[in-house]
Design a protein around this ligand. Structure first.
Ligand SMILES: O=C(O)CCC(=O)C(=O)O
Ligand SMILES: [Fe+2]
Length: 202
């Protein structure tokens, strides 16, 4: 596993893109699981904000999501175990004090997008590192749906949502957006948190 490149990139510039982080048999199984949940009607429109301000706003984001929990599917459990290994590596090498990883499948139907945002809520800085795994084996440039990262110097980077690629970045440092997708766009989006969610709910 190329964890050492992720560690080095995060330390040097705050983000890392790993192409072919996972082999295609694994990403196919994850994509199948996402499509299965979509077909079952398990995916729900994603909301923005948290607590009383939480609301579904299709003008801001148009994806449908479903959270991963242990025991739902073998391939999901394997991904959660891998991300836990990454969490422990980041703590050991960069002293980040990450306590948990949460992630959800995201399904963007054609026409969907997610406007520029930071992965940190105004009143909650527990999300520390974002990790997005893409699940689109046949993606073509005409399909759109790239993730656009905005850097402090005004430059941008467009990341294609190509199957098996993993993008990791410091959640509070990079405004980013999902450009309009013209085909179905699947991903697995997650966050390493400093404090567990249930502590915040108290
Ligand atoms: O799917 C992506 O490329 C990023 C999604 C995202 O920014 C989010 O869910 O917060
Ligand atoms: Fe985001």
């Amino acid at each position: 596993m190329p964890f050492s490149t992720i560690v080095d990139d995060l330390a040097a510039r705050g983000w890392s893109l790993q192409s072919s982080f996972l082999p295609s048999d694994v990403t196919h199984k994850l994509a199948d699981e996402c499509r299965r949940r979509h077909a079952e009607g398990t995916l729900a429109p994603a909301s923005v904000g948290r607590g009383e301000e939480q609301a579904v706003r299709e003008g801001i984001r148009g994806d449908h999501i479903h959270w991963l929990e242990a025991g739902q599917a073998e391939v999901c459990d394997a991904y959660l175990a891998l991300m836990d290994e990454l969490r422990r590596t980041l703590n050991r090498e960069l002293f980040l004090g990450l306590e948990e990883f949460e992630c959800h499948f995201a399904f963007y139907p054609p026409g969907a997008f997610y406007q520029t945002h930071l992965d940190r809520f105004r009143d909650d800085d527990s999300r520390c590192v974002s990790a997005v795994l893409y699940l689109n084996p046949d993606w073509q440039p005409a399909d759109g749906g790239e993730l656009r990262m905005h850097f402090a110097d005004g430059s941008n980077l467009d990341v294609p949502p190509l199957s098996g690629d993993l993008l990791v970045f410091l959640s509070g440092d990079f405004p980013h957006e999902v450009l309009v997708t013209r085909t179905e766009r699947l991903s697995l989006t997650g966050w390493f948190r400093r404090r567990p969610a249930d502590v915040l709910a108290l």
